[in-house]
Design a protein around this ligand. Sequence first.
Ligand SMILES: [Zn+2]
Length: 194
Amino acid sequence: MKELYQEKILTDIGGNLSFRSIEDPKKYFWITPSGMKKDLVEPEHLIKMTMDGEEVDSDSELSPSVEWPIHLRIYQEDDDFQFVVHSHAPLATAFSILAEPPKIPPLTAELGFLVPEIIIVPYQQSGSTELGDAVAELLWDSQTLILENHGVVAVSEDSFQNAAIKTRALEEYLQLYLNIKKFGEKIRPFPGFD
Ligand SMILES: [Zn+2]
């Protein structure tokens, strides 16, 4: 988490993380708290929630991130989803605000593998169940999704690092696209992908 904060992918107010409970992965997940600066969050600040969206220790002074419905709906969608990174990564967030986002082709082998397609989740209010539903619906197309006028969600089945890598890859992909556009208009898509 601190790494992502230093990279400015997580900001003071933007972004949150969660993962399934190791002991009881089908019943619980842990999520970062609301309103705490991201570089100050320690393991003891994490909030445990049930797969019905209830806080386990409701006496805690901290409350879960307001974006918890996104995380909950991802875990409800499939038992294999283990880790979720939601961020307001700068380039992806800027891209999410475009009225007519360009269709970007695969650019290199690695990025084409990590970000096969840019998929944008239609706008729903932050923190709403509707946003969680909209994310869950599109996870079958990509496990890295841009949220319209908002940010990014990346999901991993095996490690927190992989969810972070997917988020970084999307930023890298958009940065590369911006750089290419400075050189010229026409792009030759990476040939290994359709
Ligand atoms: Zn957000």
